[in-house]
Ligand binder design. Structure first.
Ligand code: GUN
Length: 342
């Protein structure tokens, strides 16, 4: 391993004490201009970078933030992480990102690794069965949950209103006259997927529309999962005329399944997604979906966490941000023409 340049090297070359080098680097007063110039010249020549690790050990805290998420290749999460990073960067903090694959053991192992770096805080999207923060292991830094919050967690959290988003979809489809409605539910071990389905089923029950068990197909939050689940649904008799896909990647897989079966969206099957990813407006037809404020969730969570790092001790905050149905062209109205124009 290469040896790092330290303030000791700089002090030796400049013929001054380590203390003087620190004073120059920290911009404290009391060092002559000539000495300052000499130290800065050596710093530049050696391309010296102060060690965050050494600084962290002295202060028992670094300017690092840990971010633990399920999977950065899930296209919903980059926006959320970007929201965290933009706030962190502006405030002089840097991120370390870890993917858990929704595995609580991997999550805990990353959590413990991050703790050993003395972070200022850790932001976690917890997996089902998560144990991070269950004990006092976060006493030396701030901990924040985003997107999901275990029921035992009494600290800060920033979430989207997934249940209401699901409810908006159910209400919209039933108001468009749909009765043969189905769903691709996302993994039942993920809280956000369960919340969306709860709201969706509530809306269908309110409209007295039945949702047979076989019309709910579970799938991982990805395109392949959406494709396979939609093929299962669209080859059933009777065939559902609408699919609520609980993420946009699932909806894109469902659109591909519609094409593979030589059906048409929305003429034969209506499809609604959830997320409102950037490319969901560009599908053919453009996707009706639920917007969730991923970027805002990330930036707000980071702001609240950094407020805590700086000593804010107001009561615990659980922020639930609104979701909103974005109506585009992937749902067909089954209402009689007379009713539509009213
Ligand atoms: N969209 C796809 N996967 C997820 C997830 O885990 N959480 C949220 N909020 N949205 C998603």
């Amino acid at each position: 391993m290469k040896k790092a340049i330290t303030t000791k090297h700089i002090a030796q070359l400049a013929g001054v004490s380590v203390g003087t080098v620190s004073h120059v680097l920290n911009g404290s007063a009391g060092v002559s201009e000539e000495l300052q110039k000499r130290v800065h010249e050596i710093v530049r020549k050696l391309d010296y970078q102060p060690s965050q690790l050494a600084r962290g050990l002295r202060r028992r805290s670094t300017d690092l933030l840990g971010v633990i998420i399920p999977d950065i290749t899930n296209p919903y999460f980059p926006k959320l992480v970007r929201g965290i990073e933009d706030v962190a960067y502006k405030e002089g903090f840097r991120l370390v990102l870890c993917n858990t694959d929704n595995d609580p053991a991997k999550e805990l192992s990353y959590f413990n690794d991050l703790r050993s770096f003395h972070p200022a805080g850790i932001i976690v999207i917890p997996s089902e069965g998560s144990t991070v923060g269950k004990d006092s292991s976060h006493r030396n830094f701030e901990l924040m949950f985003v997107d999901r919050s275990p029921e035992w967690w009494a600290g800060d959290a920033v979430l989207a209103n997934n249940e209401d988003g699901g409810h908006q979809v159910g209400r919209y489809l039933t108001r468009m006259g749909h009765k043969l409605i189905s769903a691709i539910s996302g993994p039942s071990h993920i809280e956000t997927a369960r919340d969306r389905m709860r709201g969706f089923q509530r809306a269908l029950a309110e409209a007295k529309v039945k949702l047979p068990a076989k019309f709910i197909q579970e799938a991982p939050f990805n395109v392949e999962g959406g494709f396979a689940a939609a093929i299962r649904l669209l080859t059933m008799t009777p065939r559902p005329m609408a699919i609520f896909a609980s993420s946009d990647t699932l909806a894109i897989g469902a659109l591909a399944a519609v094409r593979a079966l030589k059906l048409r969206c929305p003429e034969d099957v209506s499809i609604v997604g959830f997320d409102d990813l950037e490319f969901s407006e560009l599908t053919e037809p453009s996707l009706t979906t639920v917007f969730q404020p991923g970027y805002h969730i990330g930036s707000l969570a980071c702001q609240l966490l950094l407020d805590r790092v700086r000593g804010a001790d107001h009561p615990t905050e659980k922020k639930i941000l609104n979701t909103e149905l974005r109506i585009r062209h992937s749902v067909r109205s089954l209402l009689p023409a007379r009713k539509r124009s009213r």
